[in-house]
Design a protein around this ligand. Structure first.
Ligand code: ZN
Length: 130
C-alpha cells in the first residue's frame, strides 16, 4: 500500500467545492444514497466516523440522522481516480432515504414509466415531525 504525499484530501477546488458523496451499504453493497460534501463536511466525516453532508437547500452542514436518527456509521471512505467523488461504505440505521426507503434508488425506469421496486421501511411522517 502506498500513500500519496501531495494530496491527502479530495480535490475541493472542483465543482465549486461540492463533491458527490455516495453511501453504499457495507454489508450488502447496495447503493443507499448520493449527496454533496464540502471540505468541512468531509473533514467532520473523517474525524467522527459519521456521515456529514452539505445540504444545498439549507446551505449548511447536514449531519445525517440529525432529525431522523437514521445515522450512517462510516466503515471506509474511498476516493475515485480524480479525487472528486467520494464513496463511503456505511452501516445505516433505519432508512437512508428521507422518503422512508432503505435506498434513495427505489424507482426503476422502464419503457412504460417508473416502477417502485422497494417497500417503505418507515413512514416519513413518523420520522420528520416538523
Ligand atoms: Zn432519498
Amino acid at each position: 500500500m502506498t500513500t500519496e504525499q501531495q494530496s491527502q484530501e479530495p480535490d475541493f477546488t472542483r465543482n465549486n467545492g461540492l463533491l458527490p458523496a455516495i453511501a453504499q451499504d457495507a454489508d450488502s453493497g447496495k447503493i443507499l444514497m448520493m449527496a454533496w460534501m464540502n471540505a468541512e463536511a468531509y473533514r467532520e466525516t473523517v474525524q467522527t466516523g459519521r456521515a456529514v453532508y452539505f445540504s444545498r437547500s439549507r446551505q449548511r452542514l447536514w449531519r445525517k440522522g440529525e432529525e431522523s436518527g437514521h445515522v450512517q456509521v462510516v466503515e471506509q471512505i474511498l476516493l475515485d481516480c480524480d479525487r472528486d467523488t467520494i464513496l463511503m461504505k456505511v452501516r445505516q440505521t433505519g432508512a437512508a432515504c428521507h422518503e422512508g426507503y432503505e435506498s434513495c434508488f427505489f424507482r426503476e425506469v422502464t419503457a412504460d414509466g417508473l416502477n417502485i421496486i422497494a417497500t417503505r421501511l418507515v413512514d416519513p411522517n413518523d420520522v420528520y415531525q416538523k
